[in-house]
Design a binder for this molecule. Structure first.
Ligand SMILES: NC(=O)c1ccc[n+]([C@@H]2O[C@H](COP(=O)([O-])OP(=O)(O)OC[C@H]3O[C@@H](n4cnc5c(N)ncnc54)[C@H](O)[C@@H]3O)[C@@H](O)[C@H]2O)c1
Length: 379
């Protein structure tokens, strides 16, 4: 049962997809882990009609269209930032300056430098600073980290990773904040690759240097659905880069938001001298592993990759399902995240902090810089 002792009052900024997912996760953490249910105190969204509906559906006590009221409200302990990317820096900074705990969606800001300021400020204030990298809490990734940390894969040599979706393949999809540099910062790189980078940071540690290329496939989009008026798309559809880790591991990362046929293809392969692991989020409950020892003399004929189905022996899984092969899903990762966040308020450790957020953002910034300079850049 829960170690959470204190009643926590939440102020949510941004009642869109993630705002809703976080709120559902706070509730689920209570039901699944027995965490004390946080008080849903105040919700903010610029869209008044939406915030009114959200307040009613999600169950917040009060609503406002002015986010500053959330970060300054004496009855809010934890500020949840779930707005488009460009607003994160200002919102997080003011929340921290007001002594609030902060749970922010990724990225922390539009640059590695600004995210560093936030990570340092959060440390100085001594508050909980949680960054919403959902995949870090995926039991599969926790399992892979364990395989790496315990040496079962031997010395890690390389990672090959891709995150492809075709969500924006249709050129008739209208412009959103995700297509504007001032609002999103980057396209596929920050939106998709950042998730791979959080998992890589969690499992393999710091990246030292990068070199990248990018491409924009759909340069304009209708200003709204069905409109013949078009506006420029300012963020990349595809990005690919090479990396070298501080540990000497090398790797390649690639992401596309126009990858025909790919839906949520978050895939990576980590190769070590004693084994290799392969994971694909579209088959969330399965991890492919190959151990060199499987190919020892007596078994050489039958050696090959095998499928490990996530099961109650994998961290986090047992809270949701009693046996292997029963599916867990995206919302379960968010529930695990909400649970870890709520436990952090009682002093428990957590991996996905602003330090991780700042490191991921600094890799993204370095890739962007390398695309401009056409040279290797340090993270
Ligand atoms: N961790 C994940 O798996 C994951 C998944 C999707 C999105 N995200 C991140 O979550 C964030 C939000 O993405 P989303 O998909 O929920 O977007 P969304 O467009 O669905 O929701 C954003 C909401 O913020 C509101 N908003 C805009 N400006 C505001 C302001 N000044 N004050 C208050 N509200 C404001 C919008 O009206 C909208 O309701 C992004 O930073 C994105 O990168 C993370």
């Amino acid at each position: 049962m829960s170690d959470t002792k204190k009643e926590v009052r939440i102020g949510l900024i941004g009642a869109g997809w993630m705002g809703k997912a976080h709120t559902v996760a706070y509730r689920n953490a209570g039901v699944i882990f027995g965490d004390d249910l946080p008080i849903l105190e105040l919700v903010s969204d610029v869209n008044e009609a939406q915030v009114k509906v959200a307040s009613k559906l999600l169950g917040y006590n009060r609503w406002t269209t002015n986010w500053v009221e959330v970060v300054t409200d004496p009855d809010v302990d934890l500020v949840d930032v779930s707005t488009p990317n460009s607003m994160h820096f200002e919102m997080i900074k003011l929340a921290l300056e007001n002594g609030k705990h902060v749970f922010s969606e990724k990225p922390l800001s539009l640059s590695g430098e600004e995210s560093r300021i936030l990570a340092d400020l959060a440390k100085e204030k001594g508050v909980v600073n949680y960054c919403g990298f959902s995949n870090v809490m995926n039991p599969a990734n926790q399992y892979v980290k364990e395989l790496v940390d315990t040496g079962k894969l031997g010395k890690i040599m390389r990672i090959h990773a891709t995150y492809d979706q075709d969500m924006l393949l249709d050129p008739e999809i209208a412009i959103t904040w995700r297509h504007k540099k001032a609002l999103a910062g980057t396209g596929a790189l920050g939106d998709l690759t950042s998730h791979l980078l959080s998992v890589s940071q969690f499992i393999l540690g710091d990246i030292e240097e990068v070199i990248g290329i990018e491409s924009l496939v759909i340069p304009t989009r209708p200003v709204e659905v069905g409109s013949s008026e078009h506006a420029d798309v300012e963020t990349e559809d595809l990005a690919t880069f090479l990396v070298r880790y501080k540990s000497g591991i090398i790797g390649d990362f690639t992401s596309s938001r126009v990858a025909t046929g790919r839906k949520n293809y978050f895939y990576y392969e980590i190769q070590g001298t004693e084994g290799t692991v392969v994971y694909d989020l579209e088959r969330m409950g399965e991890v492919q592993v190959y151990f060199k020892s499987d190919a020892d003399v007596d078994n050489a004929r039958d050696a090959g990759f095998r499928t490990v189905l996530l099961n109650p022996n994998h961290a986090g899984f047992k809270w949701f399902q009693p046996a292997a092969g029963i599916a867990i899903a995206f919302d379960d990762m968010k529930t695990l995240q909400a649970h870890e966040l709520l436990q952090a308020l009682s002093g428990a450790p957590y991996a996905s902090d602003f330090e991780m957020g700042a490191k991921v953002d600094s890799v993204v910034s370095a890739v962007k810089k390398s695309i401009e300079t056409r040279q290797w850049e340090t993270c």
